[in-house]
Write a protein of this length. Sequence first.
Lengths: 258, 294, 333
Amino acid sequence: MPILSVNKLSKSFGGLMAVSNVSMELEQGELVGLIGPNGAGKTTVFNLLTGMYQPTSGIITLYRDQKEEQIQGLKPYTICKKGIARTFQNIRLFRDLTVLDNVRIAMNKNVKYGLLSSFFHSRSYSDEEKEMLDNSIHLLEILKLDHKKDELAKNLPYGEQRQLEIIRALATNPCILLLDEPAAGMNPAETAQLTEMIGWIRENFKLTILLIEHDMSLVMKICERIYVLDYGMVIAEGTPAEIKSNKRVIEAYLGEEM
Amino acid sequence: MERFLQQIINGISLGSIYALIALGYTMVYGIIKLINFAHGDVYMIGAYVGYFCMTTLKLGFFPSLLISMIVCALLGVTIEKVAYKPLRNATRIAVLITAIGVSLVIEYGTMFFVKPDPRSYPLLTGFMAKSYHLGNLVFSSHQILIISITIVLMILLQFIVKKTRIGKAMRAVSLDRDAAQLMGISVDRTISFTFLVGSALAGAAGILVGIYYNSINPLMGVMPGLRAFVAAVFGGIGLIPGAMIGGYFIGLVEVMVSGYGNSMYRDAVVFAILIIILIVKPSGLLGKETREKV
Amino acid sequence: MVKNIVNASGNSKWLSLAGKWITLLLTLVIVQVLISANIINDYIFSTLVTIGVNIILAVSLNLITGFTGQFSLGHAGFMSIGAYTCAIITLRYSTVFGFVGGVIAGAVFAAIVGFFVGLPTLRLKGDYLAIATIGMAEIIKILFRNVLEDITNGAAGLSEIPQFNNWIWLFVFTAGTVILISNFIKSSHGRACISIREDEIAAEAMGISSTKYKVIAFVTGAFFAGIAGALYSSYFYYISPDLFGFQKSIDILVIVVLGGMGSISGSIISAILLALISTYLQSFPELKMIIYGVLLVVIMQFRPQGIMGSKELSLSLLKKWTEGIKGRNGGAA
């Protein structure tokens, strides 16, 4: 059963086609890789899926709770509310806020108490805030960052900042998680830890994950299926083994390490 | 119809002054992305320097014009060195707040020394006091003077920006500061020069506005400064031709509103135009849209 | 174990809350006694009114500029709406009910205008927004001066406005504003506003509608600025459009910047400090503005975070200071 299907998605900037006619499908619970040489348009696909950019043409359909819904061109916060969360390639944490606040902010969309409650700290305020605090700490605990909850995000070491990006995305309670180069800049030990964490998250949160990554060992190890993008077009799709032996992929990567 | 043409003549001469001020705003914005709130006050200083040259020192109009341009140019460079340069890597809001601070210091510093009361500007004499008739239309030599001085200055500016080495450096720095630096352009010197040119133009505008309104005061830079800023935004901030077009447009609007409506509404109209432009096309008439990279 | 900690912090929370209310009540009573005993005379009291009004203005602007990160230079415009509304109402219905109704109506009007101004302009960023808000405030000024001349008496202004504002009203409204806005900041909605200041794109990606929260901050700020205006007009007898010009907006900005953008206690401290300075310099108005200007320049160069940064004055912060530890990481942010 698909959870997200992308049909002939295109985006042009001026005359330049950054993404053209990309179609892809994510099955419920799958872990799919999106790879391609630098500038192939991977992050642009993410930006289109999350509403950061308006697509020039194409349809994105989300299937959730037995409903299908077209979500192309919606605002980012609406798409997030519908269950697609993302991380950023160039870490975009709320740097001057604590780890805990970073997580709590991502839970904002679930808040039911109104503005008046927030001014007067009503009963529903205290109840919901307590629940939100407990949930945040619980989330930090199971992903092993609770000991840093009062640190400012900017003071975390690099690896933990990447980790917090993922936790923050999870805090929005998504059904699909888009990870944009989560292992960028990590050393092999950190990457190994991250690989484990991604697998664990997927098992325990029942998530569908789409992953952009340059680290091929990571992609080949954990992804079930891979889409390869080059010059904004999908040039191959298949299992890691199929992709490894695909001629067009090897050509696209010629000169780059596979 | 004649009344309309007369208003257009008035509007163009007033617009010339706005264009001169708007150029300073737009050049500074183009190069360091700062709304230099103190720019309106530099032009006020220009008006006062002109006043003292013509009254106390009994100099003629043209020497006074030259002196007030030089004084303002030096003032502009000093402001940049003292207040803005230490903030090269600070947030834009921090620099903007500094600009507001500088503006307060100049306004009230001037008020402290020359007293807040308005002064009436010395009248020009000789051929510069005549007016000419064309049918029922009146051209005062003030207007001719204002328009022609503006045109000469604009041509000079175009020459500097397009043909000289430092002009090329200015364009390079405003396009990409880091790249310009790597190409061996002294960014600091270029920024100083931009302030120098912009402030000299403001100095000229100051003395011309004294002649146009015949009255000056220490806070005269605030509203005309903002109007000129609106002009720069209208044309597309950061773009020299935009500032010229914007200046004439705002001048015409102001004269038309005063002429056919109520002069008290002119600022409301100018600011309404500003808000509409900012909402419809924030990059201005000649500007291109840019967007933040995600 | 975890439960115990939560309980303990719950207890200390109650204690500090009770402490706060007792402090507030004591301040209210003591100053009232001093006023009755004429130790605080009219001259000192007028400074107190200025301080109260400025605290409300600064804290409400801080919500917009310091916490939500939207640079507004038109706060005096909202203040003027409150001032005129309350003045016009109390000039017709010169009773305490007229006054309270006037304050509320002024705040609501200011909030409504804030909504219609904010909705389109808050799409603008940084300095463009700053200019648009200047324009907005100028247009409001011209409305009061020319368009609504029949009821506002134009440029001459309204005088002999009945004086209902006293220490108790002043204190209730000032403390109320500070408490309500602090509460808001500590709620999920408040955190959403702060996230927009931190990184608007990331906030949107986390499900936060930046437009919605910017407008909420703007409208709330306008509402409280309206209250400040109403309190002002009901004490100082006289208002005119020129009192609420660009200069006044700058005054408020100076308070916020000096105190620290994103610190409510900073705004309060600096409102008091600057009111004292300006009372002292009353007969030298130019000097006061020169000092304001120099302050802005110097703060931006040497301490851009202002007196308090984004920290709040709290017992734990005071402890840290007295222990001589530099509070670089600490304090309740």
